[in-house]
Design a protein around this ligand. Structure first.
Ligand SMILES: [Zn+2]
Length: 443
């Protein structure tokens, strides 16, 4: 009896271990099965010689951006479309983790827990995906980058539909460069810089400094400061591109006068500017589909006067994420809040409130004044554009060239942020990119 009892005991232990293990496996299958199937190392899903077919991806007009033909993943016909949409559509190996082919891979391959792969009956959705992207506008904007790196993001601030999303460096997914991992020119190529990077903003940050003044100073509209091209602050200097004389806030934003905004920031104080920047989304990671975006950053907690003055014009250690900048533009255009942008379906319904409606209206007026009276409408054929440019000075390289803004046209409610690295100026370098996109979209 003693021996039998011991054997039964061992058997029960083994049985319990077996059932426990089985249970664990089933739970893990339910939780992770979708990811296991669609891992990049399950290469046959998108790779050549595949017997499984992934769904077709098209743009808003039905242009094919990616499809599987005879077991091989192929991409759009136009090389500019392919290169400009690499970070949106994705690559065949799944290295670009924020792209549709990575984020929605289980949808594209029709994964279902009960039946496995290529199930279109139970999943009920089909495996094809239609994006909100306008591929022609994307390619036109990409061509305007020339060989430069940077990012561009444009979306409809009423609906949230994304029409243009570009990240460079990039490559052609139909002709993957062999030196992708060694060549310095491809450094960071798997990152979508619109979502996952931040750049020195330069003068586009003056919008945030202006917003802080609107809230802190009841007389902001008539308050003037005088620019004499240089200004001593602490033990250093703030410099301007010109001798602007006495200016109002609106004039200072139009001329993009550094001295005005430096003096304004010294009167505001670091805490007030920091608080306003936080309210407007600095330090916050936003969502884009299921991707968490990289936060813009500013830290004035230990800033001396000179650092505060340079931070107020978007220099020093201030960094801005292009997606966040586009959201802020959409919010200003929309009375203070914006729908979360999306690439497919009808979006998440999330709204981001980034400013109050009074500040939004005042910034709106001044940004329209910038284009009408300083930049010129001629460049943006037919659109009623509201914008702010930035030419961020960097050590040992040419400036980051920005343009952020939105269209005031009811039929074309687009908000955008463009940053081109190592360009000439915000207006000419980044302005050409957004002009190309807007012209391709038509009013
Ligand atoms: Zn000035």
């Amino acid at each position: 009896m003693k021996t039998t009892g011991f054997r039964s005991f061992v058997l029960y232990i083994l049985l319990a271990a077996f059932l426990g293990g089985l249970g664990y496996f089933l739970v893990m299958l339910v939780v992770n099965g979708e990811n296991w199937v669609a891992q990049p190392y399950n290469g046959y899903i998108y790779a050549e010689d595949s017997t499984l077919s992934a769904g077709t991806i098209t743009d808003r007009d039905g242009m094919i951006l990616a499809k599987t033909v005879d077991g091989k993943r192929t991409y759009a016909e136009s090389e500019s479309v392919r290169r400009s949409l690499l970070h949106t559509v994705g690559d065949s190996s799944g290295y670009i983790g924020t792209a549709v082919q990575a984020v929605h891979r289980s949808r594209l391959i029709g994964y279902n827990l009960l039946t496995g792969l290529n199930d279109t009956i139970f999943s009920g959705l089909g495996t094809d995906i239609r994006l909100t992207i306008d591929a022609d506008a994307n390619a036109a904007a990409f061509d305007a980058f020339g060989v430069r790196d940077g990012s561009a993001f444009l979306y409809n601030y009423e609906t949230g539909e994304v029409l243009v999303k570009i990240s460079a460096p990039t490559y052609d997914p139909m002709n993957v460069p062999e030196d992708l991992s060694e060549n310095e020119a491809y450094e960071g190529v798997f990152l979508d810089h619109t979502l996952s990077s931040s750049y020195t903003p330069g003068s586009i940050f003056k919008l945030i400094t202006a917003a802080a003044a609107m809230e802190a100073f009841p007389d902001w509209n008539t308050r003037t400061y005088t620019c004499e091209e240089t200004c001593t602050v602490g033990d250093g200097q703030v410099t301007c591109l010109d001798y602007h004389g006495e200016l109002t806030l609106e004039q200072a934003l139009g001329h993009s006068c550094n001295i005005y905004f430096a003096k304004l920031a010294l009167d505001l104080g670091a805490d007030t500017l920091q608080k306003k920047a936080k309210e407007m989304g600095f330090g916050e990671a936003f969502q884009f589909d299921s991707v968490s975006t990289y936060a813009s950053s500013i830290d004035l907690s230990n800033a001396d006067d000179l650092t505060l003055a340079w931070s107020a014009v978007g220099q020093a250690d201030v960094l801005a994420n292009p997606y966040h900048m586009a959201l802020l533009m959409g919010a200003i255009a929309n009375g203070g809040s914006t729908p979360e942008p999306y690439l497919m379906g009808s979006g998440t319904g999330t709204k981001y409130a980034l400013t109050d409606s009074t500040t939004a209206a005042a910034l709106h007026t001044m940004m329209r004044n910038n284009v009408a009276n300083y930049y010129g409408d001629g460049m943006f054929g037919g659109y009623t554009l509201c914008a702010k440019t930035g030419t961020a000075e960097l050590d040992n390289q040419k400036p980051n060239c920005w343009i952020v803004g939105f269209s005031d046209d009811p039929a074309a409610p687009y908000a955008f942020a463009v940053c081109v690295q190592e360009g000439d100026s915000g207006l000419y370098t980044a302005g050409q990119v957004i002009a190309a996109a807007l012209n391709a979209l038509g009013t």
